[in-house]
Design a protein around this ligand. Structure first.
Ligand code: BTN
Length: 273
């Protein structure tokens, strides 16, 4: 096989759309064998007027971005690297909920793979047996009080072996192949994810976030009362997980029974009870 031969489960528009049952998401696909970041390209397309549902996918990213200024390992043809353009017209504080929606859709799609049990770790990491298998990065340009355009980027580790991860991530990362002993068709997985995402998104915009929050909690790796250490904008905090609120903030019961709201950040450690 020459280096130019596409992989058997390439994410080409034809391959993804063969499986796709979504009405809008993924009907226009911008496919790149290699790109800096699909999020960056999707933001450019959104700024140029690309309608909702436009999707940028790549076999490889050379500057894949993660949350909190981290990079996202994006080796050729091992994972799904995809960014969706949304035009939700919702108040800016609600925008994080759409990244939660993407995490739910990703976990749901992964949970259709036999032998895989995907969970969500606040805010929107998707994990299997405590190791990260997928991540979501929502990006909005500008500071409008209403989000008119937004990009939600999703990275899923599919065919990775341990040697495909940077050494510092090996102990904390996994992939479909590592978790189940076999790979999975990336185009079919992406199509399933888009369908689930579109259904949840349409429902959340129509009915409000109630179902989304319930779905998130039912997939949460943490249950109310579980002790955690969290890193938020005010620094580290420790307490008992007590769910998320309508803007995606984490509720933490700290010493003395007071409830602390952590608006954004991440869970750095789950503690022994
Ligand atoms: C995280 O840190 O958990 C978020 C990772 C998001 C990675 C995806 S891969 C596709 C899209 N393009 C990027 O540059 N990042 C996101």
């Amino acid at each position: 096989m020459s280096d130019d031969t596409p992989p058997a489960d390439a994410l080409t528009p034809a391959a993804v759309q063969r499986h796709l049952r979504a009405a809008v998401f993924g009907h226009r696909i911008f496919y790149y064998p290699s790109i800096g970041s699909t999020n960056e390209r999707a933001l450019e397309l959104a700024a140029a007027g690309e309608p909702e549902g436009g999707l940028v996918v790549a076999e490889e990213q050379t500057e894949g971005r993660g949350r909190r200024d981290r990079s996202w390992a994006s080796s050729p043809s091992l994972g799904i690297y995809a960014s969706l353009i949304l035009r939700p017209a919702i108040p800016a504080p609600r925008a994080p909920l759409l990244t939660f929606m993407a995490a739910i859709a990703t976990a749901d799609a992964l949970n259709e793979i036999p032998g895989l049990k995907a969970r969500i770790k606040w805010p929107n990491d998707v994990t299997v047996s405590g190791r990260k298998i997928a991540g979501v990065l929502g990006e909005v340009r500008g500071s409008d009080p209403e989000v008119r355009e937004m990009v939600v980027g999703i990275g899923v580790n599919v065919h990775h072996l341990e040697s495909d991860f940077p050494p510092e991530l090996v102990a904390r990362a996994t992939s479909v192949r590592l978790a189940t002993g076999r790979g999975w068709d990336r185009a079919a997985l992406l199509a399933r994810l888009l369908e689930d995402f579109e259904q949840g998104y349409t429902r959340a915009l129509r009915d409000g976030p109630g179902t989304l929050l319930r779905d998130w909690q039912s997939l949460s790796a943490l249950q109310p009362g579980d002790p955690v250490r969290v890193l938020g904008p005010a620094g580290p905090a420790q307490g008992a997980f007590s769910g998320i609120d309508e803007e995606g903030g984490l509720r933490l019961v700290v010493d003395g029974g007071r409830t602390l709201r952590v608006p954004f950040g991440e869970i750095v450690e789950t503690l022994e009870p």
